[in-house]
Every structure is written in structure tokens, then in C-alpha cells.
Write a protein that binds this ligand. Structure first.
Ligand SMILES: *Cc1c(COP(=O)(O)O)cnc(C)c1O
Length: 345
């Protein structure tokens, strides 16, 4: 497969915006910067941020064991996913394939970009229906979005099925790994050298506890990364975000300990849920949330809201009738949730 054939013609022909600063980031201390019409008085944020986020990328590169050339950072995963749409999907012509029940942003972004959506529901066990996907895919199907572990079901998708799609689908396969750090499974970034059509996305919003700073990560071949680099807004990751991410990622133990504690609370929650009379099914989870089937999801959702607990009602999603999704909180929050579930009739 030639990735160049998948890139939109206008993007292939694009001459990206270039800032003078781009070339001089490394030796910034001994230079006088009069190129960007900034205010010269130092208040910590008077300069434009590094458009290539070099220091932050180096840390992520070490953490994940992958070259900085295979990394692109964005204002949350949502920006990264939008860039992928704009690179590969021609408005009012191309389509994408999504696998409901899944993360809602893929279809929102498709609608924003005027891209048609083909839906191939996950199987009853929330796995990939590979044959159906390959059947519905046509020459305008440019991207398949896989979410593993999947939101809202919590399970990981079978790697043999993902392998088949990567081999047989004539387009880009995006694997959204927002929850990978809660899972025992290996990240697909290890397979980037094997599959030129693979894009993996991750985020600092979940396991790393930085939803507030908006930092999404895209891993792909050098060719795809340089294409996305050409279309991203030059200063898409702001200075405060870069600085805070560098600070928090430098202490590897913070997130490691927090992930362990969240998983402990999750297992406690799973065992407590078994004792709740109106819970009829608890789905296994590789993430920091659990999906449960109850007698009447909307009724239970409203009862929890009345008692000040906000969860997610997923009952309208395919295969999720009467299902609720609980995020795993801390020990205290979990106790409030479980005590409340035990008290409602
Ligand atoms: C939460 C979540 C994200 C994170 O998006 P950000 O924009 O990085 O906060 C991405 N994908 C899935 C499936 C999610 O659940």
C-alpha cells in the first residue's frame, strides 16, 4: 500500500506555514528574538511556545520507547483525530468506518468534515466483525476507527482481528488507545514499523491525570507524521500545557501509583456490584470504568442524579440496552457510589 495515494491532493500540494523560530529553538538562550512581534517583557508566557514541542516529545519518546519522529502532539486526542480526517478524507466524497458502541467523537468529527459514516456494530461479545467490515468497505472508505480498550464497553479488541484489518483494509486504521495504560495488553505502537497504514492515538487525559491541560498523542510512520505536521496549527500545544506535562511526566511514580490504586478500586467496585440486586450483568474491564447492565438504566440513572452522583447512561448505544457506565473514582467516591446503589430501590 502506498500511503501517498491516500493523502488528499490539496494536502499533498500544501506548503505549510513556517515560523522563523522553528529553526532556532535549540540555542534560544543566546539569541535575540525580534521575529514574532511578541512583547519582550518576560512573564513566563510572553513567547510563543515551541511548535514542535521538542522537550516534551523527548520525554514521551523515552517513556514509550519510540522515536520522536513518530510522534505528533495535539490539543487533546480530539485535535489529533481531526487532523487525520483532514489529511485523508475528501469532504462530500469519502467515508469512514466506525464500530458502535464506541467513542462518540469519531462521528462528530466525520460530520464536521462532511465525511459519510459506515457503521458496523461490534459483535455480541463486543469484538470486531471483520468480514462485515471488509464487505462494506469501498474505494472511498479511508479510515477505520478502532477503540481498544473500547469506550464504553471496557474490553480490548482481539489483536488477531486488528492484524487482519491492518493487512486487508486499503486505508488507514486508527487505534485509539486512550485507556491502554490501564490494560495489561501491549500498545500497538510496537507494530508501527510493520504496518504503514497504522495510526495509534493516546492521551494524557485519563491514566496520566491531565485532562485539564489537553494533550493528545499520535504515533505513526514518519511519512504520516510529517503530513499531519504540515496541517496542524503551528502553536497547537500551548506553553503552559507543555510545561505542566514535562513536570508531571518526569515523575514516573505519580501515574504508576495512581493507576495501581484506580485498578484496586475498580476491582473492589466490581465485587461490590455483584451484590446489587438490580445489576444483571457486569462486563469485564481493561479500563478505568465499568459497564453494567441493570433492570432499568434510565430509572437508575435518574435515582443517582437525585442523590448527586453523575454517571453515564449508555442505553441508546447498540448492544448497550439498559447499560450504565461508571468511572472508577477514588476510595471515598467509590464508597459513596456503592452505598447509594445499595440504598436505592
Ligand atoms: C477520553 C477519550 C479520549 C481522550 O480525548 P482527549 O481529547 O485527549 O481528552 C480519546 N478517546 C477515547 C476513546 C476516550 O474515551
Amino acid at each position: 500500500m502506498n500511503i501517498k495515494d491516500l493523502i488528499r491532493p490539496n494536502i499533498k500540494a500544501l506548503k505549510p506555514y513556517s515560523s522563523a523560530r522553528d529553526e532556532f529553538q535549540g540555542n534560544s538562550n543566546d539569541m535575540v528574538f525580534l521575529d514574532a512581534n511578541e512583547n519582550p517583557f518576560d512573564n513566563g508566557v510572553n513567547r510563543y511556545p515551541d511548535p514542535q514541542q521538542r522537550q516534551l516529545k523527548n520525554i514521551i519518546s523515552d517513556l514509550k520507547g519510540i522515536s520522536t519522529k513518530n510522534i505528533l502532539l495535539g490539543n487533546g486526542s480530539d485535535e489529533v483525530l481531526d487532523l487525520v480526517f483532514r489529511a485523508f478524507c475528501e469532504p462530500n466524497q469519502d467515508n469512514i468506518i466506525i464500530l458502535p458502541p464506541t467513542y462518540g467523537m469519531y462521528s462528530v468529527l466525520a460530520n464536521i468534515n462532511a465525511i459519510a459514516i459506515k457503521k458496523v456494530n461490534l459483535t455480541e461479545g463486543f469484538q470486531i466483525d471483520v468480514d462485515r467490515i471488509l464487505k462494506v468497505a469501498d474505494t472511498n472508505s479511508k479510515i477505520i476507527f478502532l477503540c481498544s480498550p473500547n469506550n464504553p464497553t471496557g474490553n480490548s479488541l482481539k489483536s488477531t482481528d486488528i492484524d487482519t484489518l491492518l493487512n486487508k483494509f486499503n486505508g488507514i486504521v486508527v487505534i485509539d488507545e486512550a485507556y491502554i495504560d490501564f490494560s495489561n495488553n501491549e500498545s500497538w505502537i510496537k507494530s508501527l514499523c510493520k504496518y504503514p497504514n497504522l495510526i495509534v492515538t493516546q492521551t494524557l487525559s485519563k491514566a496520566y491525570g491531565m485532562a485539564g491541560i489537553r494533550l493528545g498523542i499520535c504515533y505513526a510512520s514518519e511519512e504520516i507524521i510529517s503530513t499531519l505536521n504540515g496541517i496542524k496549527p503551528p502553536y497547537n500545544v500551548n506553553e503552559l500545557t507543555q510545561r505542566k506535562a514535562i513536570e508531571l511526566l518526569n515523575d514516573k511514580n505519580i501515574s504508576k501509583n495512581q493507576i495501581k490504586e484506580i485498578l484496586d478500586v475498580r476491582d473492589l467496585l466490581l465485587s461490590e456490584l455483584k451484590t446489587i440486586s438490580f445489576v444483571s450483568k457486569i462486563y469485564p474491564s481493561d479500563a478505568n470504568f465499568v459497564l453494567v447492565k441493570v433492570d432499568n438504566a434510565t430509572k437508575r440513572y435518574n435515582q443517582l442524579i437525585e442523590r448527586g452522583i453523575v454517571i453515564r447512561n449508555r442505553t441508546t448505544q447498540p448492544g448497550c440496552e439498559n447499560c450504565l457506565r461508571f468511572t472508577v473514582g477514588n476510595h471515598d467516591e467509590n464508597k459513596i457510589l456503592v452505598d447509594t446503589l445499595k440504598s436505592i430501590r
